[in-house]
Design a protein around this ligand. Structure first.
Ligand code: BTN
Length: 342
């Protein structure tokens, strides 16, 4: 109920809504309204009260709430239940804890900041307050662990579609699931899993999107390789060369988050319905890896070659310069023209 009251107050801003009006609308006493308003305040919302005019909810820049994330989202599984937390060590850690306690399929955690955000390959993920978007979704597919590589690719496909839909910026996918725009990383995805020998217990799918950082807000070693959505949007606006096929639109943290949850829901249901091949097709369409020169290290030896294909089970197939084709399952590849590989 407090969220419905919150929504009504938010819609009415900058006007006040009287206690009498709220009590009529929701068919509850003025005292009950006052109690719900107190709950909203405890959650961090700024609700002004005037004895003559009633209540008014002030816009809250940056801070989100679970209900803003889930309200009218229209998804079937992902984001049906969401928790917004201001500060957490890592949304993946927290989601794992909730998953181990038996949370629902599709439960979503969104954080304002992370104090120990984690990246792939044991790296850290700098997660300043409200500069990035930090989301983790718990998935509980009824499948064998060996079949789950598709989620790594599906997540990247979903976030490309989500960012395109919400912002008009169309990133490409660097294998397996970095999202890049203008040759720089705009999003990273960390997928972790708990499983038995033949069955997945849960997957936690962590997504970190660079939202509003400026270059000097990235760690020094990443400045030449990282970009935020706001930086990309500004670059598109002011550049004659950096153009995108889709028109840009105004976007907010919330609109991007909701778009991500919708697209994740779509790809998740597609996987559950056996649509793996379709996911692979979309991944190929958005790939900035296939057909390009790549460099990678395998058992202490560096190889270069041309990435030629993504296999049905999600491996990257590389035609190496020594004439041998190698299929990569995980790890890191450098793609010529992306990040610092020139
Ligand atoms: C990468 O190294 O590219 C993956 C980065 C993943 C970062 C996200 S932010 C939300 C979630 N929580 C974490 O601790 N990591 C992931």
């Amino acid at each position: 109920m407090r969220y419905e009251i919150g929504q009504l107050l938010r819609d009415a801003y900058p006007e006040y809504v009287s206690g009498g009006e709220l009590s009529r609308r929701f068919n509850i006493s003025r005292t009950a309204i006052w109690k719900y308003v107190e709950e909203l305040r405890r959650e961090g919302y700024c609700v002004e009260a005037s004895s003559r005019k009633g209540y008014r909810m002030m816009p809250s820049e940056g801070r989100l709430n679970s209900w803003e994330i889930t309200d009218n989202l229209g998804t079937q599984i992902v984001g049906r239940v969401a928790q917004y937390v201001d500060t957490i060590d890592s949304t993946n850690n927290y989601a794992k804890k909730l998953a181990a306690e038996g949370c629902v399929d599709g439960l979503t955690v969104v954080a304002g900041q992370q104090t120990a955000g984690r990246g792939r390959l044991g790296r850290s993920w700098k997660s300043q307050p409200d500069k990035g978007i930090y989301i983790t979704v718990v998935l509980r597919p009824d499948m064998a662990p060996a079949e789950t590589q598709i989620f790594t690719l599906a997540a990247a496909v979903a976030v490309v579609k989500a960012i395109s839909a919400a912002t008009g910026i169309c990133p490409g996918i660097k294998w397996p699931n970095d999202l890049v725009t203008a040759g720089k990383k705009v999003c990273g995805i960390l997928l972790e899993m708990s499983s038995e020998a033949d069955r997945v217990n849960y997957i936690v799918l962590g997504i970190g999107i660079n939202y509003s950082q400026e270059t000097d807000e990235f760690p020094e070693e990443l400045r030449s390789r990282a970009i935020s959505l706001k930086m990309a949007a500004d670059a598109i606006k002011s550049s004659t060369t950096f153009k995108q096929a889709t028109p840009q639109r105004p976007f907010s943290r919330l609109s991007v988050i909701r778009s991500v949850l919708r697209e994740l829901d779509t790809v998740y249901r597609l996987i559950l319905a056996g649509g793996q091949e379709k996911i692979l097709q979309m991944w190929r369409e958005y790939s900035v890896t296939i057909g390009r020169e790549v460099r990678f290290i395998l058992r202490d030896t560096e190889y270069t070659g041309i990435a030629v294909e993504i296999t049905g089970d999600g491996k990257l197939s590389v035609e190496c310069s020594d004439g041998i084709r190698r299929d990569l399952y995980s790890g890191e590849v450098s793609v010529r023209g992306i990040y610092d590989y020139v």
